[in-house]
Design a protein around this ligand. Structure first.
Ligand code: SAH
Length: 511
């Protein structure tokens, strides 16, 4: 089966439920430049991901080659998702791909998407129709030059054929298009808006009228991809409909320094408020150097009386390794008891399908130990799949209680420099508004990544927000100037502090 799916315009939340369902079944996903990459996470981890969009310095893949690829994957019996920006049948060449599938006798389905021609204006505060202002809308490709001899687009008829014109792929030809429309009799004072990367955090909107929009767009250096809306509906934007761009952190780039696995809540909150989040996880979780000991323990799983999980990462790494051996937690024998160090770890175990027998009241190794010691541990075999380097107290004490303890490394956590050079570039060019620190360790890792003096220089024009006094003190120790401290030492508290930072006063320290 081949699914031709529209990804929507960019905001991953505008993807359809049906699209998600199809993605979950995919063996292969063939996707374009305009399809938001975040959506690929809906496909199974082992699904093939094939990018057929433009790559810098390389010619774009020809449409025939894409069609041939789909046919080839389909003939191989795979469930294929063809993911296209916006809606697959609106200037997406989805029709051509479908016709080739028909020719090849392959089954397919179409899942429409939210087209950028409606969504980008909506996020810019422009309804494409409006009672009393516009009763018709036309979707037009601006790819064609209206001054050329006999173009496919009938600009003359279109100029006054619909009250709202929505142009795709038109920013490069705006001067010709607008003078063409004026020549064809459209009122030169007709308002026009160009919306670039609509619905994404980097959305940019330029407004003018048919006479001056080309100059204004050139001045703002607005590049594709952008939607151009021509018509009186554009003026509704000024009546307060531009909700998206009015959100408190719209257009602000905020750096989140938590480890990727923990960044979610903070990033999501900031994004909801309009920020563009750059995740710079200074710690990385990766597989251990040697899976031998863990594989040995999995082979001997029947012999263990207890399995003890000391972190969410430990659970995930263990489950992942079971999966590698085509197993899941059902491989844990019924008589084996399970302990988890805290509620998050217990939740993760239960999500993976196993009951937790013991969780201590306090979330520390010592408390877990006394909870376990309630049963006799003499001669018991205990498995602790965990980080390669971790506190030794738990296994040591368990051994002292007479247990036989196996501690195979299930994962490693290591300092990470992923994204460092990109972030350095953004900091150098003044494209970062705020850096957030959620723990002293995030400050320390940040400083380690860039070096002491360099960090101070790079952050001199950037606002620094800390989750609480201890983190702030660490940051000051490294010579950083703190602009905001959360009143309540929680993620929501930190988010409030960032919002307040930008609610008043100049944006940048030097501005
Ligand atoms: N099938 C797509 C359109 C593909 S043609 C859809 O339905 O949206 C490519 C053009 O789409 C771009 O040149 C641009 O005009 C428009 N486009 C796609 N995504 C956009 C976005 N997020 N913001 C503004 N324009 C976008």
């Amino acid at each position: 089966m081949i699914y031709l799916i529209g990804s929507g315009p960019g905001d991953p939340g505008l993807f359809t439920v049906k699209g998600v369902e199809c993605m979950r079944e995919a063996d292969a996903v063939v996707y374009d430049r305009l399809a938001p990459e975040a959506l690929l996470d809906h496909a199974p981890p082992n699904a093939e991901r094939i990018y057929v969009g433009k790559k810098p310095g390389e010619p774009t893949m020809a449409q025939e080659d894409i069609n041939a690829l789909l046919v080839e994957l389909g003939r191989a019996g795979k469930t294929v998702v063809r993911l296209k920006g916006g809606d697959p049948y609106v200037f997406g060449r989805g029709g051509e791909e479908a016709l080739d599938l028909v020719k090849a006798g392959l089954p397919f389905e179409v899942v429409p998407g939210v087209t950028s021609g409606i969504a980008a204006p909506a996020y810019a505060g422009i309804p494409v129709t409006h009672r009393g202002i516009s009763t018709s809308v036309a979707f037009v490709t601006g790819h064609e030059d209206p001054t050329k001899g006999e173009p496919d687009v009938n600009w003359k008829r279109l100029a006054n054929g619909a009250e709202t014109l929505v142009l795709y792929m038109g920013v490069g030809r705006l001067a010709e298009i607008s003078s063409g429309l004026i020549a064809a009799g459209r009122d030169p004072r007709t308002p026009v808006a160009c919306v670039r990367w609509g619905t994404r955090s980097e959305q940019e909107t330029v407004v003018g009228d048919l006479r001056d929009i080309a100059d204004k767009v050139a001045e703002a250096k607005l590049k594709p991809p952008a939607i151009t809306v021509v018509g009186d509906v554009v003026s509704l934007r000024d009546e307060g409909l531009d909700w998206f761009e009015r959100r408190p952190l719209f257009g602000r780039r905020v750096v989140v320094t938590r480890a990727r696995a923990q960044a979610g809540e903070l990033s999501l909150e900031l994004e909801r408020l309009g920020a563009e989040v750059f995740e710079f996880p200074t710690i990385e979780i990766r597989p251990p150097e040697d899976f031998g000991p863990l594989d040995g323990a999995i082979r001997d799983l029947d012999s263990f009386d207890w399995i003890v999980f000391t972190s969410v990462n430990g659970v995930e790494a263990f489950v992942e390794r079971l999966k590698h051996h085509a197993l899941d937690l059902r491989a844990v024998p019924r008589r084996t008891k399970v302990a988890a160090i805290g509620p998050a770890t217990a939740r993760r175990v239960e999500e993976a399908g196993l009951q937790v027998d013991v969780t201590p009241e306090e979330y520390r190794a010592e408390a877990l130990l006394s909870a376990l010691a309630e049963a006799s541990l003499v001669g018991k075999k205990i498995l602790i799949p965990r980080a390669k380097v971790a506190r030794e107290i738990l296994p040591e004490k368990l051994r002292e209680s007479g247990a036989e303890v196996t501690v195979p490394p299930a994962y490693e956590s290591a300092p990470s420099d992923e994204g460092r050079e990109r972030l350095r570039g953004l900091l150098e060019s003044g494209e970062v508004d705020c850096v957030t620190f959620t723990a002293s360790s995030t400050v320390e890792n940040f400083v380690r990544a860039f070096g002491g003096e360099e960090t101070g220089r790079l952050l001199s024009r950037v606002r620094v927000a800390c989750i609480g006094p201890i983190t702030a003190e660490t940051a000051r120790k490294y010579g950083l100037e703190i602009d905001a401290e959360a009143e309540e030492y929680t993620i929501p508290g930190l988010v409030d502090a960032v919002v307040n930072l930008f609610a008043a006063g100049p944006v940048r320290k030097d501005g």
